[in-house]
Design a protein around this ligand. Structure first.
Ligand SMILES: [Zn+2]
Length: 265
């Protein structure tokens, strides 16, 4: 079976195991069905996810010009504490920013290798956790805007990491600890104005189960810029990564906006 189109991050569905989908213009692929089969990936070109022009991708699926002009990639995306829509102050486009920032946000702890703190819009639960390859996650606070989530994350960064260790995550090298105990100990670290939003529900505990046949001992990232054609046996999907039998891993998210051909044999 052959597929062709612009890569964007895999859509997911929480299930046992999680289901992954690659969506192209005229077709879609349930990636789980490619497990245990040979998958060929070939680089064919670029197409910016924002302007659709065939320009080289700069970051996050966007060409250089779109990356520095689109409100969808302002600094407040990566650093929520820089959000200003609650003050009526624009970064690039106040209408867009108000729509995204002034909605319920969740600050969470996720276990992917270490315990990591992060921020997401409430509508992105549990998608965000699946995208990070977390095997467990708990929500800490639910706040009405992105700024409050951001200052909470900043306070918790003193006690937890804020980046996923992708190698350990893909090798399933995960700490053995109780997430509800971790959740209970964060309350005292919360900023005063956020304490009222603490999520005290101890039953809300997400466990994610990934379609991985076996985990690699050593992982090497596939870079389509250096290796435009790759073929291997798919043995797992975790986070936004495809895991191959020889330890090659392909981060779909890093190649958003790349036009590829995919062939399953
Ligand atoms: Zn563009």
């Amino acid at each position: 079976m052959q597929y062709e189109g612009v890569l964007s991050k895999m859509e997911t569905e929480l299930g046992a195991p999680i289901q992954y989908y690659l969506t192209f213009e005229n077709s879609f692929l349930n990636v789980n069905q490619a497990l245990n089969k040979h998958l060929e990936i070939s680089f064919q070109g670029y197409q910016c996810l924002n302007c659709s022009k065939k320009k080289k991708i700069f970051r996050q699926g966007f060409c250089y010009d779109c990356f520095y002009s689109s409100p969808a990639v302002g600094d407040w995306i990566m650093r929520p504490e820089l959000s200003t829509a609650h003050l009526g102050i624009a970064d690039r486009d106040l209408d867009y920013e108000a729509r995204v920032q002034l909605t319920p946000h969740v600050v969470y702890l996720a276990l992917s290798s270490d315990v990591k703190v992060g921020v997401t819009r409430k509508t992105q639960v549990p998608t965000r956790w699946i995208d990070q390859g977390a095997c467990q996650a708990v929500s800490i606070v639910e706040v009405p805007n992105r700024y409050l989530a951001g200052i909470t994350e900043v306070a918790l960064k003193n006690h937890f990491v804020d980046k996923t260790n992708w190698r350990k995550m893909l090798q399933n090298d995960v700490l053995d600890l109780d997430m509800l105990t971790e959740k209970a100990r964060v309350f005292e670290f919360l900023p005063e104005e956020v304490k009222q939003y603490f999520n005290a529900d101890l039953d809300e505990h997400f466990v994610m189960n990934y379609p991985v046949l076996h985990y690699p001992k050593k992982v090497t990232g596939l870079n389509l810029d250096k290796t435009p054609n790759f073929a291997g046996k798919l043995v797992g999907i975790k986070g936004q990564y495809l895991i191959f039998e020889d330890g090659t891993v392909f981060n779909v998210r890093s190649f958003e906006g790349y036009v590829v051909g995919m062939n399953i044999i």
